[in-house]
Design a protein around this ligand. Sequence first.
Ligand code: ZN
Length: 239
Amino acid sequence: MTELLYQKDSYLKEFEAEITDVEDDIIILNKTAFAPTGGGLQCDTGKIITENDNEYNVVEVSSRGGKVKHKLSPVPEMIIKGTKAKGIIDWDKRYKQMRMHTAMHSISSILYQRYGATVTGGNITPERSRVDFDIDHLRQERIQEIESAMSEIIAGNHVITVSFLERVEALKDPDLIRTKVNLIPESVKILRIVDIKDVDRQADGGVHVNNTREIGTFIPLKTENRGKDKKRLYFTLEE
Ligand SMILES: [Zn+2]
């Protein structure tokens, strides 16, 4: 199992770890601050510098069976298991995705509270994101309502906290029930809970900012009707 440093501290930009496995251009570390692709977010990119000063770009990060795989470029000629390494996250990309991700949770909460709409899909990139809702329409007046509700949340300085909760406890929490905590595989006994104070609370594995003011300015870009349960909203964020 790789220890997921980014789940405890999303602001960790550099870290030291040990390489526990190597296969061609893939390395596995005992712990990592690189978040893998998942939960609608792109993976982190960045650099790995080994103890003998070889430097590699981390071009792709994925997770399988509790192990985080870091794909390196160029392909290492030789890395020995047990080698120490330093990881450096591409912070510009990461921070944009953290802001986008917290924005996404906030928008989802607005849509649920106001219209009873649930999220049916979504995708985050550092530059532009989209989210789909099971709702009758997303016409102009509604987008304006969402935009002003987002401004309030951002200006409201809501603190985001991360905690770890036993599954049996999580199954009793009404907010977590609403966000379908029961769909998380039963093998997961401890759940990571992300709480945006007074806005949103759900089990979530991804990176977030610490305060809603860090989101910046929410800019809706366009909407698309992609079917009955799929009204799509594209948005971006400015500083
Ligand atoms: Zn999330």
